[in-house]
Write a protein that binds this ligand. Structure first.
Ligand code: 5RP
Length: 227
């Protein structure tokens, strides 16, 4: 039996093998955040001469890449990215995701929006039929926290302030428990429209292009044509 960390390492290695042949020495890769991505960065570093560098979605990933000799670029200096590689807290059959367990959802969504393709990397525990068992992270401007929380409660959720946590953007996170997300695109739009919300952890309006999922049986690819 492989442990969850071993499965994350398997999918991280598979992701490197997937993107590497598509990278050229002038390519810049979008890189997400989290424990799976940490392992992806470690595996990617062995090939740092094969591509130009990366745009990072968090201070955490930036530090890790720089420590391993991967050049990190400011997104403002980069026009396009072919791939963005990131983990997920939940992934549904439409390749919609809940993200933000690590608190980097806003920068993740920004970098992902610049990339042509999103490669989601996860172990099989992240696959669900319906999103919502994992509390949905919502980044909020601190002065709007209570007002946003009331609106999230009106949508049927139970928002809980993430304790002792400030995002890389100086904001706070409400983790919304108790949602059964039958229509992730509609809910993402609805939450995005609440004044004071910086970013909603649903990645459904623009989900993953491809997912690599590691299980005891190996790493499998999920694409929309599969569902
Ligand atoms: C961070 C994220 C991560 O991708 C998500 O939390 C998955 O993390 P891990 O790879 O540690 O399970 O969205 O904001």
């Amino acid at each position: 039996m492989y442990t969850q960390t071993e499965l994350k390492a398997h999918v991280a290695q598979a992701a490197v093998e997937f993107v590497l042949p598509q990278l050229r020495t002038d390519s810049i890769l979008g890189v997400g955040t989290g424990s799976t991505v940490d392992l992806f960065i470690d595996a990617l570093a062995a090939h740092k001469g094969a591509f130009k560098g990366a745009v990072s979605s968090s201070e955490r990933s930036t530090r890790r890449m720089r420590d391993l000799g991967i050049t990190v670029y400011d997104l403002n200096d980069v026009e396009s990215l072919l791939w963005y590689v990131d983990g997920a807290d939940e992934l549904d059959p439409s390749l919609a995701m809940t993200k933000g367990g690590g608190g980097a959802l806003t920068r993740e969504k920004i970098v992902a929006s610049v990339a042509k393709n999103f490669l989601c990397i996860a172990d099989a525990s992240k696959e669900v039929a319906v999103l919502g068992a994992f509390p949905l992270p919502v980044e909020v401007i601190p002065m709007a926290r209570a007002a946003v929380a009331r609106q999230l409660a009106a949508l049927g959720g139970n928002p809980v302030l993430r304790a002792d946590f400030i995002t890389d953007n100086g904001c706070q996170i409400l983790d919304v428990h108790g949602l059964q997300i039958q229509d992730p695109k509609a809910l993402e739009q609805r939450i995005n429209n609440i004044p004071g919300v910086v970013c909603c952890g649903l990645f459904a309006l623009s989900g993953a292009s491809i997912a690599l999922i590691a299980s005891q049986e190996g790493v499998q690819r999920r694409e929309l044509s599969d569902s």
